[in-house]
Design a protein around this ligand. Sequence first.
Ligand code: MRU
Length: 355
Amino acid sequence: MVEPIRWEDGKVIILDQTELPTDLVYRTCEDVECLAEALSSLRIRGAPLIGIAAAYGMVLGVWGAGDEGKLWDELERASKRIRSTRPTAVNLFWALERMKRVAEEHRGEGAETIKEVLLKEAEEIHAEDRRRCRAIGENGAGLLPEEASVLTHCNAGALATGGIGTALAVLYVAKERGKEVRAFVDETRPLLQGARLTAWELRQAGIDVTLICDGMAGWVMGRGWVDAVVVGADRIASNGDFANKIGTYSLAVLAKHHGVPFYVAAPLSTWDFSISDGTEIPIEERRPEEVTEGFGRRTAPEGVDAYNPAFDVTPAELVTAFISERGVAFPPFEEEFRRWRNGEDFLAMVSLTRR
Ligand code: MRU
């Protein structure tokens, strides 16, 4: 599996996903500004990976600080800059809070100690995500039939996480277990994460892929070619409403109409228990030029208005089940989410960070 991010000698090495699928280009970030730019421009993207990058970004921010006073200033500056990059994926804010909390626990112990603690925490967030992805795959694989044709949207794979992905982990583990898995991949307008990233990643993993334009999903489902839709998420509210890449909501409506199960796979770091429903999820709006002249070629008349929300919110009632590292939740979701949240594994992860 491809490794989209790593820490190396005081630097963050990222796989520049804007160059895929034609070029495999790694870039080196030595400061917060570089990392923040990589987040905004989607060189690094996908909710769990955004969280991991945010954690490493905090380490980058303090790495050069000579004394503790300076370190606290730099930590605040890094946090402010990183939180300005992408508003929807809650993993970003979750990771920043976790990094700040661990630093606070060592206040007064000197810059070198706090730097060390922060690096350890970022590496733990990264390693933990790897374990969460594997568990999501194990928990979700059983939901797929022996011969499964799965439709997915955007990229919720290894390129979006610290491990084997969330939605795609379900496919990978099902394949490992001997199931025959093939995928329909939505192109995912306007930035083509499906075509450029998911089609590339699934092919690398030896999974049979058919790429379709977003508007073809209903037709393909209507022909009986889709056994399940599996997608990732950027933020899940307490009631199960969730944000994911624009186009996910339409897919859920289509799945309901055609009686196709619709699954959402995500780690607990994607749940936002502070909000009760999807109306409270902030939706990132990006430049209209991504729609009118994406990839450098104008595809709409000069001067035409374009609306470009990067995400939409799917109501919980359209979801068949959520898959997390804790298990599979069928409706009513809130009860099961509460159990997950209070569960021992989750608490262990939290307390691990407080050691
Ligand atoms: O704008 P992106 O590419 O960061 O959007 C990514 C998605 O919408 C993914 O489906 C989501 O983050 C889940 S990734 C495991």
